[in-house]
Unconditional design. Sequence first.
Length: 469
Amino acid sequence: MNVKDLLETIRAHGQAHVLAFWDGLDEAERGRLLGQLAALDFGLLDRLTKDLLAPDAAASKPPVLEPAPLIELPKTEAERDRFAEARAAGEAALRAGRVGCFLVAGGQGTRLGFDGPKGAYVIGPVTRRTIFQLHAEKILALRRRYGAKLPWVVMTSTANDAATRAFFEARGFFGLDPASVRFIVQENMPAVDRRGKLLLETRSSLALSPNGHGGSIKALHESGACAWLAEQGVDTLFYFQVDNVLVKIADPVFLGFHLQAGAEMSSKAVRKRDWREKVGVLGRVDGRLGVIEYSDLPEDLAKAANPDGSLRFAAGNIAIHLLDVGFVERLNAGGFRLPFHKAEKAVPCVGPDGRPVQLKPGEKNGVKFETFVFDALPRAKASVTLEVAREADFAPVKNAEGEDSPATARAYLVAEAAAWLEAAGRRVPRQPGGMPDLCLELSPLTSFDGQGLAGLTLPELKPGLKLAL
Ligand code: UTP
Protein backbone atom coordinates (compact mmCIF):
# COMPACT_ATOMS: atom_id res chain seq x y z
CA MET A 1 0.00 0.00 0.00
CA ASN A 2 1.43 3.41 -0.87
CA VAL A 3 1.50 6.25 1.65
CA LYS A 4 -1.45 8.08 0.11
CA ASP A 5 -3.66 4.99 0.26
CA LEU A 6 -2.54 4.26 3.81
CA LEU A 7 -3.40 7.76 4.98
CA GLU A 8 -6.77 7.42 3.25
CA THR A 9 -7.41 4.12 5.05
CA ILE A 10 -6.51 5.64 8.41
CA ARG A 11 -8.98 8.48 7.87
CA ALA A 12 -11.69 6.17 6.54
CA HIS A 13 -11.48 4.13 9.75
CA GLY A 14 -11.76 7.20 11.97
CA GLN A 15 -8.17 7.01 13.25
CA ALA A 16 -6.77 10.23 11.75
CA HIS A 17 -5.88 11.54 15.22
CA VAL A 18 -2.74 9.38 15.15
CA LEU A 19 -1.37 11.81 12.57
CA ALA A 20 -1.93 14.83 14.84
CA PHE A 21 1.83 15.44 15.25
CA TRP A 22 2.77 14.52 11.67
CA ASP A 23 4.01 17.97 10.66
CA GLY A 24 6.51 18.05 13.52
CA LEU A 25 7.97 14.57 12.83
CA ASP A 26 11.27 13.99 11.03
CA GLU A 27 11.64 11.45 8.22
CA ALA A 28 12.68 8.59 10.50
CA GLU A 29 9.77 9.19 12.87
CA ARG A 30 7.30 9.34 10.01
CA GLY A 31 8.73 6.12 8.59
CA ARG A 32 8.34 4.37 11.96
CA LEU A 33 4.75 5.47 12.44
CA LEU A 34 3.81 4.56 8.87
CA GLY A 35 5.43 1.15 9.32
CA GLN A 36 3.35 0.47 12.42
CA LEU A 37 0.16 1.68 10.76
CA ALA A 38 0.79 -0.35 7.61
CA ALA A 39 0.97 -3.50 9.75
CA LEU A 40 -2.48 -2.90 11.30
CA ASP A 41 -5.63 -4.72 10.28
CA PHE A 42 -8.09 -1.82 10.42
CA GLY A 43 -11.04 -4.05 9.53
CA LEU A 44 -10.28 -6.28 12.54
CA LEU A 45 -9.96 -3.23 14.77
CA ASP A 46 -13.37 -1.99 13.65
CA ARG A 47 -14.91 -5.39 14.35
CA LEU A 48 -13.34 -5.62 17.81
CA THR A 49 -14.53 -2.12 18.68
CA LYS A 50 -18.04 -3.07 17.62
CA ASP A 51 -18.07 -6.52 19.22
CA LEU A 52 -16.19 -5.85 22.45
CA LEU A 53 -16.42 -2.13 23.19
CA ALA A 54 -19.92 -1.13 22.07
CA PRO A 55 -22.29 -0.54 25.05
CA ASP A 56 -24.49 -3.54 24.17
CA ALA A 57 -21.48 -5.76 23.40
CA ALA A 58 -21.88 -8.00 26.46
CA ALA A 59 -25.59 -8.67 25.97
CA SER A 60 -25.58 -12.15 24.47
CA LYS A 61 -27.45 -15.25 25.61
CA PRO A 62 -25.80 -16.81 28.70
CA PRO A 63 -24.04 -20.05 27.73
CA VAL A 64 -24.82 -23.45 29.29
CA LEU A 65 -21.89 -24.33 31.57
CA GLU A 66 -20.92 -27.82 32.72
CA PRO A 67 -17.80 -29.22 34.40
CA ALA A 68 -15.12 -30.89 32.26
CA PRO A 69 -14.46 -34.63 32.58
CA LEU A 70 -11.42 -34.88 34.85
CA ILE A 71 -8.82 -37.57 35.44
CA GLU A 72 -8.56 -37.24 39.19
CA LEU A 73 -5.52 -37.91 41.36
CA PRO A 74 -5.28 -41.67 41.90
CA LYS A 75 -6.82 -43.02 45.11
CA THR A 76 -7.10 -46.76 44.50
CA GLU A 77 -4.53 -49.37 43.53
CA ALA A 78 -6.18 -49.74 40.11
CA GLU A 79 -5.97 -45.99 39.54
CA ARG A 80 -2.32 -45.96 40.57
CA ASP A 81 -1.71 -48.73 38.03
CA ARG A 82 -3.39 -46.58 35.34
CA PHE A 83 -1.06 -43.71 36.25
CA ALA A 84 1.96 -46.02 36.07
CA GLU A 85 0.85 -47.19 32.60
CA ALA A 86 0.45 -43.58 31.50
CA ARG A 87 3.92 -42.77 32.83
CA ALA A 88 5.43 -45.65 30.88
CA ALA A 89 3.70 -44.48 27.68
CA GLY A 90 4.93 -40.91 28.23
CA GLU A 91 8.47 -42.05 28.91
CA ALA A 92 8.43 -44.14 25.74
CA ALA A 93 7.41 -41.04 23.75
CA LEU A 94 10.20 -39.03 25.38
CA ARG A 95 12.78 -41.69 24.57
CA ALA A 96 11.51 -41.88 21.00
CA GLY A 97 12.17 -38.13 20.58
CA ARG A 98 8.51 -37.32 19.92
CA VAL A 99 8.31 -34.50 22.49
CA GLY A 100 9.28 -30.82 22.35
CA CYS A 101 8.97 -28.01 24.91
CA PHE A 102 7.23 -24.72 24.32
CA LEU A 103 7.64 -21.79 26.69
CA VAL A 104 5.53 -18.68 26.28
CA ALA A 105 7.41 -15.70 27.63
CA GLY A 106 6.10 -12.80 25.59
CA GLY A 107 4.08 -11.16 28.37
CA GLN A 108 4.88 -7.76 29.82
CA GLY A 109 4.88 -8.85 33.45
CA THR A 110 3.40 -5.52 34.52
CA ARG A 111 2.19 -6.80 37.90
CA LEU A 112 5.67 -8.01 38.90
CA GLY A 113 7.11 -4.68 37.81
CA PHE A 114 10.55 -6.15 37.03
CA ASP A 115 12.71 -4.34 34.51
CA GLY A 116 13.50 -7.14 32.06
CA PRO A 117 12.01 -10.40 30.81
CA LYS A 118 10.26 -12.21 33.69
CA GLY A 119 12.47 -15.25 33.09
CA ALA A 120 15.52 -13.17 34.05
CA TYR A 121 14.10 -12.71 37.56
CA VAL A 122 16.21 -14.30 40.33
CA ILE A 123 14.07 -16.94 42.05
CA GLY A 124 16.61 -19.26 43.69
CA PRO A 125 15.99 -19.25 47.46
CA VAL A 126 19.72 -19.78 48.08
CA THR A 127 21.64 -19.06 44.85
CA ARG A 128 20.99 -16.45 42.15
CA ARG A 129 19.25 -18.98 39.90
CA THR A 130 16.86 -17.23 37.52
CA ILE A 131 13.52 -18.55 36.30
CA PHE A 132 14.98 -19.16 32.82
CA GLN A 133 17.86 -21.13 34.34
CA LEU A 134 15.42 -23.25 36.34
CA HIS A 135 13.42 -24.14 33.23
CA ALA A 136 16.55 -24.69 31.11
CA GLU A 137 18.09 -27.05 33.68
CA LYS A 138 14.90 -29.10 33.86
CA ILE A 139 15.07 -29.52 30.09
CA LEU A 140 18.77 -30.40 30.20
CA ALA A 141 18.11 -32.99 32.92
CA LEU A 142 15.21 -34.49 30.92
CA ARG A 143 17.40 -34.71 27.83
CA ARG A 144 20.03 -36.57 29.82
CA ARG A 145 17.59 -38.98 31.43
CA TYR A 146 15.69 -39.89 28.27
CA GLY A 147 18.52 -39.49 25.74
CA ALA A 148 16.17 -37.28 23.75
CA LYS A 149 16.64 -34.11 21.74
CA LEU A 150 13.68 -32.41 23.41
CA PRO A 151 13.93 -29.23 21.31
CA TRP A 152 12.80 -26.04 23.04
CA VAL A 153 10.77 -23.25 21.44
CA VAL A 154 10.67 -19.98 23.39
CA MET A 155 8.08 -17.38 22.44
CA THR A 156 8.97 -13.75 23.09
CA SER A 157 7.39 -10.48 21.99
CA THR A 158 8.93 -7.47 20.27
CA ALA A 159 9.24 -5.78 23.66
CA ASN A 160 11.46 -8.48 25.21
CA ASP A 161 12.86 -10.53 22.32
CA ALA A 162 16.31 -8.91 22.14
CA ALA A 163 16.71 -8.93 25.94
CA THR A 164 15.65 -12.59 26.16
CA ARG A 165 18.05 -13.76 23.47
CA ALA A 166 20.88 -11.70 24.99
CA PHE A 167 20.15 -13.25 28.40
CA PHE A 168 20.38 -16.79 27.02
CA GLU A 169 23.56 -15.98 25.08
CA ALA A 170 25.29 -14.28 28.01
CA ARG A 171 24.67 -17.40 30.11
CA GLY A 172 25.77 -19.91 27.48
CA PHE A 173 22.19 -21.14 27.01
CA PHE A 174 22.49 -22.63 30.52
CA GLY A 175 24.40 -25.58 29.10
CA LEU A 176 21.92 -26.36 26.30
CA ASP A 177 23.02 -26.60 22.69
CA PRO A 178 21.97 -23.22 21.18
CA ALA A 179 20.84 -25.03 18.03
CA SER A 180 18.26 -26.91 20.11
CA VAL A 181 16.58 -23.69 21.27
CA ARG A 182 14.48 -21.65 18.89
CA PHE A 183 13.10 -18.19 19.65
CA ILE A 184 9.90 -17.08 17.97
CA VAL A 185 8.23 -13.68 18.28
CA GLN A 186 4.51 -13.20 18.71
CA GLU A 187 2.52 -10.43 17.07
CA ASN A 188 1.42 -7.16 18.64
CA MET A 189 -2.00 -5.60 18.85
CA PRO A 190 -2.65 -1.88 19.23
CA ALA A 191 -4.11 -0.55 22.46
CA VAL A 192 -7.13 1.71 22.14
CA ASP A 193 -9.22 3.94 24.35
CA ARG A 194 -12.73 2.88 25.37
CA ARG A 195 -14.16 4.19 22.09
CA GLY A 196 -11.74 2.15 20.03
CA LYS A 197 -9.43 5.03 19.12
CA LEU A 198 -5.77 4.08 18.76
CA LEU A 199 -3.52 5.29 21.57
CA LEU A 200 -0.14 6.85 20.81
CA GLU A 201 2.74 5.83 23.04
CA THR A 202 4.74 8.79 21.75
CA ARG A 203 4.02 11.41 19.10
CA SER A 204 5.48 9.07 16.50
CA SER A 205 4.56 5.58 17.70
CA LEU A 206 1.47 3.58 18.51
CA ALA A 207 0.89 1.96 21.88
CA LEU A 208 1.36 -1.71 20.97
CA SER A 209 1.35 -4.79 23.17
CA PRO A 210 1.69 -8.54 22.62
CA ASN A 211 -1.51 -10.21 21.44
CA GLY A 212 -1.88 -12.61 24.39
CA HIS A 213 -0.57 -16.15 24.89
CA GLY A 214 -3.02 -17.28 22.22
CA GLY A 215 -0.67 -15.56 19.78
CA SER A 216 1.48 -18.64 20.24
CA ILE A 217 -0.71 -20.75 17.94
CA LYS A 218 -0.07 -18.48 14.97
CA ALA A 219 3.56 -17.72 15.91
CA LEU A 220 4.39 -21.45 16.05
CA HIS A 221 3.21 -21.85 12.48
CA GLU A 222 4.34 -18.59 10.88
CA SER A 223 7.83 -18.74 12.35
CA GLY A 224 8.39 -22.18 10.86
CA ALA A 225 8.74 -23.68 14.35
CA CYS A 226 6.11 -26.36 13.67
CA ALA A 227 8.00 -27.45 10.57
CA TRP A 228 11.30 -27.36 12.52
CA LEU A 229 9.78 -29.62 15.19
CA ALA A 230 8.22 -32.00 12.68
CA GLU A 231 11.57 -32.36 10.85
CA GLN A 232 13.06 -33.60 14.12
CA GLY A 233 10.27 -36.13 14.60
CA VAL A 234 8.47 -34.13 17.29
CA ASP A 235 4.70 -34.52 17.23
CA THR A 236 3.80 -33.42 20.78
CA LEU A 237 4.58 -30.09 22.37
CA PHE A 238 4.60 -29.39 26.10
CA TYR A 239 3.27 -25.82 26.57
CA PHE A 240 4.16 -23.90 29.74
CA GLN A 241 4.33 -20.33 30.97
CA VAL A 242 7.44 -18.58 32.15
CA ASP A 243 6.12 -17.62 35.58
CA ASN A 244 5.35 -21.13 36.92
CA VAL A 245 8.49 -22.21 38.79
CA LEU A 246 7.10 -25.61 39.84
CA VAL A 247 6.09 -26.75 36.36
CA LYS A 248 6.92 -30.41 35.69
CA ILE A 249 8.19 -29.94 32.17
CA ALA A 250 7.28 -32.81 29.81
CA ASP A 251 5.63 -34.72 32.69
CA PRO A 252 5.52 -38.33 31.40
CA VAL A 253 2.22 -39.11 33.17
CA PHE A 254 0.50 -36.19 31.45
CA LEU A 255 2.10 -37.14 28.13
CA GLY A 256 0.95 -40.72 28.52
CA PHE A 257 -2.71 -39.90 29.23
CA HIS A 258 -2.72 -37.43 26.32
CA LEU A 259 -1.19 -39.85 23.84
CA GLN A 260 -3.26 -42.84 24.94
CA ALA A 261 -6.44 -40.77 24.41
CA GLY A 262 -5.29 -39.67 20.93
CA ALA A 263 -5.77 -36.11 22.20
CA GLU A 264 -4.91 -32.99 20.22
CA MET A 265 -4.76 -30.57 23.13
CA SER A 266 -4.78 -31.41 26.83
CA SER A 267 -4.64 -29.51 30.08
CA LYS A 268 -3.50 -29.92 33.66
CA ALA A 269 -5.77 -28.66 36.41
CA VAL A 270 -5.56 -28.11 40.14
CA ARG A 271 -8.55 -28.40 42.45
CA LYS A 272 -9.84 -24.93 43.33
CA ARG A 273 -9.05 -24.00 46.94
CA ASP A 274 -12.62 -22.85 47.48
CA TRP A 275 -15.42 -21.49 45.34
CA ARG A 276 -14.09 -17.93 45.60
CA GLU A 277 -10.65 -18.62 44.14
CA LYS A 278 -10.13 -16.37 41.12
CA VAL A 279 -9.04 -18.94 38.60
CA GLY A 280 -10.57 -20.03 35.30
CA VAL A 281 -12.02 -23.53 35.37
CA LEU A 282 -11.91 -26.16 32.66
CA GLY A 283 -15.45 -26.87 31.65
CA ARG A 284 -17.91 -27.20 28.82
CA VAL A 285 -19.37 -24.04 27.36
CA ASP A 286 -22.49 -24.86 25.32
CA GLY A 287 -21.21 -28.42 25.09
CA ARG A 288 -17.68 -27.54 23.99
CA LEU A 289 -14.58 -27.91 26.11
CA GLY A 290 -12.90 -24.67 27.16
CA VAL A 291 -11.93 -22.51 30.08
CA ILE A 292 -14.66 -20.62 31.91
CA GLU A 293 -13.16 -17.43 33.28
CA TYR A 294 -13.93 -16.87 36.95
CA SER A 295 -15.80 -13.68 36.11
CA ASP A 296 -18.06 -15.68 33.74
CA LEU A 297 -18.98 -18.37 36.27
CA PRO A 298 -22.17 -17.29 38.06
CA GLU A 299 -21.97 -17.46 41.85
CA ASP A 300 -24.55 -20.26 42.16
CA LEU A 301 -22.53 -22.45 39.78
CA ALA A 302 -19.23 -21.51 41.42
CA LYS A 303 -20.68 -22.70 44.75
CA ALA A 304 -22.42 -25.80 43.35
CA ALA A 305 -21.31 -29.04 45.02
CA ASN A 306 -21.23 -32.73 44.07
CA PRO A 307 -23.03 -35.25 46.34
CA ASP A 308 -19.72 -35.76 48.23
CA GLY A 309 -19.52 -32.04 48.98
CA SER A 310 -16.69 -31.28 46.55
CA LEU A 311 -17.05 -28.37 44.12
CA ARG A 312 -18.73 -29.22 40.81
CA PHE A 313 -16.60 -26.68 38.95
CA ALA A 314 -13.29 -27.57 40.55
CA ALA A 315 -10.75 -27.94 37.74
CA GLY A 316 -8.68 -24.77 38.02
CA ASN A 317 -6.74 -24.01 34.86
CA ILE A 318 -2.97 -23.70 35.47
CA ALA A 319 -1.98 -23.03 31.86
CA ILE A 320 -0.09 -26.25 31.27
CA HIS A 321 -1.04 -27.95 28.05
CA LEU A 322 0.01 -30.52 25.52
CA LEU A 323 -0.40 -29.64 21.88
CA ASP A 324 -0.30 -31.98 18.95
CA VAL A 325 1.93 -30.32 16.34
CA GLY A 326 -0.39 -31.40 13.52
CA PHE A 327 -3.31 -29.83 15.41
CA VAL A 328 -1.47 -26.50 15.60
CA GLU A 329 -0.86 -26.68 11.85
CA ARG A 330 -4.50 -27.57 11.20
CA LEU A 331 -5.67 -24.59 13.30
CA ASN A 332 -3.57 -22.30 11.16
CA ALA A 333 -4.94 -23.61 7.89
CA GLY A 334 -7.70 -21.49 6.38
CA GLY A 335 -7.03 -18.29 8.34
CA PHE A 336 -8.34 -19.55 11.70
CA ARG A 337 -8.09 -16.96 14.44
CA LEU A 338 -8.63 -17.34 18.15
CA PRO A 339 -11.26 -14.98 19.55
CA PHE A 340 -10.03 -11.73 21.09
CA HIS A 341 -10.84 -10.71 24.66
CA LYS A 342 -10.60 -7.19 25.94
CA ALA A 343 -8.55 -6.24 28.98
CA GLU A 344 -8.81 -2.80 30.52
CA LYS A 345 -5.30 -1.73 31.52
CA ALA A 346 -3.14 1.28 32.30
CA VAL A 347 -1.55 2.13 28.97
CA PRO A 348 1.30 4.68 28.91
CA CYS A 349 0.39 7.19 26.18
CA VAL A 350 0.51 10.83 25.09
CA GLY A 351 -2.53 13.09 25.11
CA PRO A 352 -3.79 15.51 22.47
CA ASP A 353 -1.06 17.97 23.49
CA GLY A 354 1.63 15.37 22.81
CA ARG A 355 2.65 15.14 26.48
CA PRO A 356 2.61 11.90 28.48
CA VAL A 357 -0.77 11.41 30.16
CA GLN A 358 -0.38 11.30 33.95
CA LEU A 359 -2.39 8.34 35.21
CA LYS A 360 -3.68 8.09 38.75
CA PRO A 361 -2.61 4.94 40.64
CA GLY A 362 -4.84 2.11 39.47
CA GLU A 363 -6.36 4.15 36.64
CA LYS A 364 -7.12 2.09 33.53
CA ASN A 365 -7.18 4.38 30.54
CA GLY A 366 -6.93 1.86 27.73
CA VAL A 367 -8.08 -1.44 26.34
CA LYS A 368 -5.79 -4.20 25.11
CA PHE A 369 -6.96 -7.02 22.87
CA GLU A 370 -5.62 -10.46 23.69
CA THR A 371 -6.18 -14.04 22.59
CA PHE A 372 -5.92 -16.96 25.02
CA VAL A 373 -4.34 -20.29 24.14
CA PHE A 374 -7.11 -22.26 25.89
CA ASP A 375 -9.58 -20.97 23.31
CA ALA A 376 -8.05 -23.58 21.00
CA LEU A 377 -9.46 -26.36 23.25
CA PRO A 378 -12.92 -26.51 21.61
CA ARG A 379 -11.18 -27.25 18.31
CA ALA A 380 -9.41 -30.34 19.60
CA LYS A 381 -10.96 -33.62 18.46
CA ALA A 382 -10.01 -35.20 21.77
CA SER A 383 -8.66 -33.75 24.99
CA VAL A 384 -7.62 -34.87 28.44
CA THR A 385 -7.87 -32.84 31.65
CA LEU A 386 -5.55 -34.20 34.31
CA GLU A 387 -5.78 -33.24 37.96
CA VAL A 388 -2.45 -32.56 39.66
CA ALA A 389 -1.54 -31.47 43.17
CA ARG A 390 -0.98 -27.74 43.40
CA GLU A 391 2.25 -28.11 45.37
CA ALA A 392 3.59 -30.41 42.66
CA ASP A 393 2.92 -28.29 39.63
CA PHE A 394 1.83 -24.71 40.21
CA ALA A 395 3.60 -21.76 41.79
CA PRO A 396 3.32 -18.73 39.53
CA VAL A 397 5.21 -15.47 39.96
CA LYS A 398 2.65 -12.83 39.09
CA ASN A 399 2.74 -10.08 41.73
CA ALA A 400 5.61 -8.24 43.39
CA GLU A 401 4.22 -9.09 46.85
CA GLY A 402 1.55 -11.18 48.55
CA GLU A 403 -0.23 -13.95 46.68
CA ASP A 404 1.56 -15.53 43.70
CA SER A 405 4.73 -13.54 44.32
CA PRO A 406 8.44 -14.41 44.36
CA ALA A 407 8.11 -15.07 48.11
CA THR A 408 5.33 -17.64 47.70
CA ALA A 409 7.08 -19.26 44.73
CA ARG A 410 10.34 -19.61 46.72
CA ALA A 411 8.42 -21.13 49.63
CA TYR A 412 6.92 -23.72 47.26
CA LEU A 413 10.38 -24.53 45.86
CA VAL A 414 11.80 -25.04 49.36
CA ALA A 415 8.78 -27.14 50.38
CA GLU A 416 9.15 -29.36 47.32
CA ALA A 417 12.88 -29.91 47.89
CA ALA A 418 12.20 -30.72 51.57
CA ALA A 419 9.43 -33.20 50.72
CA TRP A 420 11.64 -34.96 48.18
CA LEU A 421 14.52 -35.23 50.64
CA GLU A 422 12.17 -36.70 53.23
CA ALA A 423 10.82 -39.17 50.69
CA ALA A 424 14.47 -40.14 50.08
CA GLY A 425 14.84 -40.92 53.78
CA ARG A 426 16.35 -37.66 55.11
CA ARG A 427 15.16 -35.91 58.25
CA VAL A 428 14.23 -32.30 57.49
CA PRO A 429 13.68 -29.92 60.45
CA ARG A 430 10.23 -28.38 60.39
CA GLN A 431 8.66 -25.40 62.14
CA PRO A 432 5.65 -25.99 64.43
CA GLY A 433 3.32 -25.05 61.53
CA GLY A 434 4.90 -27.73 59.34
CA MET A 435 7.00 -25.47 57.11
CA PRO A 436 10.61 -26.59 56.53
CA ASP A 437 12.86 -24.90 59.07
CA LEU A 438 15.71 -24.39 56.63
CA CYS A 439 16.31 -22.89 53.20
CA LEU A 440 16.90 -25.43 50.45
CA GLU A 441 17.50 -25.01 46.76
CA LEU A 442 17.64 -28.05 44.55
CA SER A 443 19.16 -27.77 41.09
CA PRO A 444 17.05 -29.63 38.53
CA LEU A 445 20.37 -31.17 37.46
CA THR A 446 20.55 -32.82 40.87
CA SER A 447 16.90 -33.87 40.74
CA PHE A 448 13.89 -32.56 38.82
CA ASP A 449 11.32 -34.99 40.19
CA GLY A 450 12.66 -36.30 43.48
CA GLN A 451 14.60 -39.18 41.93
CA GLY A 452 18.30 -39.61 42.61
CA LEU A 453 18.38 -38.04 46.07
CA ALA A 454 18.84 -41.14 48.20
CA GLY A 455 22.57 -41.49 47.54
CA LEU A 456 23.53 -37.83 48.03
CA THR A 457 26.14 -36.90 50.62
CA LEU A 458 24.59 -34.15 52.70
CA PRO A 459 25.61 -32.09 55.72
CA GLU A 460 23.38 -32.44 58.78
CA LEU A 461 20.11 -30.66 58.02
CA LYS A 462 20.06 -28.30 60.99
CA PRO A 463 17.36 -25.71 61.60
CA GLY A 464 18.18 -22.42 59.84
CA LEU A 465 20.61 -24.07 57.38
CA LYS A 466 20.94 -22.60 53.88
CA LEU A 467 21.79 -25.29 51.39
CA ALA A 468 22.01 -25.45 47.62
CA LEU A 469 22.17 -28.91 46.13
P1 UTP B 1 -0.02 -13.25 32.17
O1 UTP B 1 -1.39 -13.26 31.67
O2 UTP B 1 0.19 -13.56 33.60
O3 UTP B 1 0.64 -11.87 31.82
O4 UTP B 1 0.83 -14.25 31.30
P2 UTP B 1 2.08 -11.28 32.10
O5 UTP B 1 2.39 -10.43 30.93
O6 UTP B 1 3.11 -12.31 32.44
O7 UTP B 1 1.88 -10.40 33.40
P3 UTP B 1 0.98 -9.10 33.64
O8 UTP B 1 -0.45 -9.52 33.44
O9 UTP B 1 1.44 -8.04 32.68
O10 UTP B 1 1.31 -8.77 35.05
C1 UTP B 1 0.85 -15.62 31.51
C2 UTP B 1 1.92 -16.21 30.62
O11 UTP B 1 1.63 -15.94 29.26
C3 UTP B 1 2.73 -15.26 28.64
C4 UTP B 1 3.48 -14.62 29.78
O12 UTP B 1 4.83 -14.36 29.40
C5 UTP B 1 3.34 -15.67 30.85
O13 UTP B 1 4.24 -16.72 30.62
N1 UTP B 1 2.19 -14.29 27.69
C6 UTP B 1 1.21 -13.43 28.07
C7 UTP B 1 2.72 -14.24 26.43
O14 UTP B 1 3.64 -15.01 26.08
N2 UTP B 1 2.24 -13.32 25.57
C8 UTP B 1 1.26 -12.45 25.90
O15 UTP B 1 0.86 -11.64 25.05
C9 UTP B 1 0.72 -12.52 27.19
